[in-house]
Design a protein around this ligand. Structure first.
Ligand SMILES: [Zn+2]
Length: 472
């Protein structure tokens, strides 16, 4: 068995790894690359450039892939699946049933964005210039979702002769899984474990990442390889202080959040601390059609919640539907929020501000010294979110130069990813501490995690680059 890394090798997006075993090819994830600012002059700062790096040919023949396995629904792990199908992949796609539910929603949204991008690009064609095609369409998404086959957690499933797949709860978003592949070649069985994205312990709504007993090679994410998150108590105190300051300052609170995971956890935390944080004094908006659909999908999978969330759901019909929360699905309702300059709390995507409605809310609030912008997730290199977090005094939005005068907060304790201690502990419980490849992390973060694993567990650590091949 061996594995070649084709994405998320030295960066945090574009997850895609090819496993070859028993004469077969198993692809792990097929994600979209996000946040690279390689666009032409029409692109504003940090705007998604899905049409650029994502459109290049795959470094393998899609028709030669026998099976695709998806760790979870986030677009940086699934976003190029319809493109893979469009370019010749016809095999089954194995993943958790909740991931099928969420990916169906997310890929439809990605197709809409791809079609809107192509339309935008074609608007100023010169005579004789060929119009560009969208990365993929809803038809390609439908073709992809038809190939998806559900696999429950902790249920070893033979996906090809001699290759068994086991998914375990990764505690990152609903349906997220660690992927275990057992491959038998010449009478010898080898075990590869791919962590997918790992959640922190005690994350709201979800169970903790399930332990993995054994592996011959571990491929592990390293997003927060060099950081330690604040405790839940400190994080709650941090948010309480932000809402108190925002109420006093009289501006809006703008929260860029991923539609899947972060948004539902934020609403859950808001429900828990509603009175304590005085949230009744604000007008709350969930301004994302996708987040609204995903929040409904969470309600369809209560069986996957942790004990505390199950109890909360049993006591109220829908704890996420807060009394002063407005769901703005259509564009006109969204635009009406622009007229509100005080005491609104606006949750909108995308989480790294690379596209979506959040960019409009940033344009209307960044220049206001009374406004508070609250980042609750990882901001990758090259994204507008990263630029703001790093203290830019001006940003480009829709061809306008916007001064940043709002308060900018990073609340790391709400991350959907385990921190260095969490990653090290998850790895540490695997028998005999097998060799490990660190993916889904930017340097120097992942090399700091490598140092930690080497010194604490004596591990042999590889930091793969695109195209690196490792034998299992
Ligand atoms: Zn993820």
């Amino acid at each position: 068995m061996d594995i070649v890394f084709h994405g998320a090798a030295g960066e945090v997006t574009g997850s895609c790894h090819l496993v070859q075993v028993a004469g077969k090819c198993v692809l792990l994830d097929c994600g979209m690359v996000q946040g690279e600012s390689q666009g032409g002059p029409k692109r504003a700062q940090g705007e998604d450039t899905a049409g650029d790096r994502n459109a290049v040919p795959f470094p393998f023949d899609p028709a030669a892939i026998d099976v695709l396995v998806l760790s979870h629904a986030h677009i940086d792990h699934t976003g190029r699946v319809p493109l893979l199908v469009k370019r010749g992949f016809t095999g089954p796609i194995f993943t958790h049933p909740a991931t099928i539910d969420l990916a169906t929603i997310m890929l439809a949204d990605a197709a809409n964005i791809a079609m809107a991008d192509a339309e935008h690009d074609n608007r100023h064609l010169q005579p004789g210039q060929k119009p560009g095609e969208p990365l993929y369409t809803q038809d390609d998404v439908n073709a992809a979702t038809r190939l998806m086959r559900p696999v429950e957690y902790n249920t070893p499933t033979e996906i090809l002769p001699g290759i068994t797949l086991t998914l375990r709860d990764a505690g990152h978003i609903l349906g997220s899984a660690t992927v275990e592949l057992d491959g038998t070649e010449n009478g010898v069985t080898r075990k590869l474990v791919f962590s997918g994205d790992l959640g922190p312990v005690n994350t709201p709504i979800l169970c903790d990442p399930a332990p993995v007993p054994a592996a011959d090679l571990v491929v592990m994410e390293s997003t927060y390889g060099d950081r330690l998150h604040k405790s839940h108590e400190d994080t709650a105190a941090e948010l309480a202080a932000i809402f108190a300051a925002a109420h006093k300052d009289g501006g809006n609170v703008v929260i860029p959040a991923f539609a899947v995971g972060r948004t539902q956890e934020l609403l859950y935390i808001f429900a828990e601390h509603f009175d304590e944080w005085g949230l009744g004094r604000f007008k709350l908006f969930l301004d994302s059609p996708m987040a609204i659909r995903v929040t409904a999908a969470y309600g369809r999978h209560e069986d996957l919640f942790d004990a505390e969330a199950k109890k909360l759901w049993a006591s109220r019909p829908n704890p996420l539907q807060l009394p002063n929360l407005t769901l703005t699905a259509d564009g006109e309702a969204s635009r009406s929020i622009n007229a509100i300059h005080d005491h609104a709390v606006i949750i909108a995507g995308s989480g790294m501000c690379t596209g979506g409605r959040i960019r409009h809310h940033l344009r209307h609030n960044l220049a206001n010294p009374a406004a508070h912008i609250v980042f609750v997730g990882y901001q990758a290199n090259g994204t507008l979110g990263r630029v703001i977090v790093e203290g830019a005094k001006h940003v480009q939005l829709f061809d306008d130069d916007i001064p940043v005068r709002a308060h900018v907060h990073t609340v790391g304790g709400l991350s959907a990813h385990a921190d260095q201690a969490g990653l090290s502990a998850w790895y540490g419980q695997i028998a005999e501490h097998p060799p490990v490849c660190l993916v889904h992390g930017e340097d120097p973060g992942r090399s700091k995690l490598a140092d930690e694993l080497q010194s604490k567990w004596g591990s042999k650590v590889t930091l793969p680059l695109p195209g690196t091949r490792v034998a299992v």
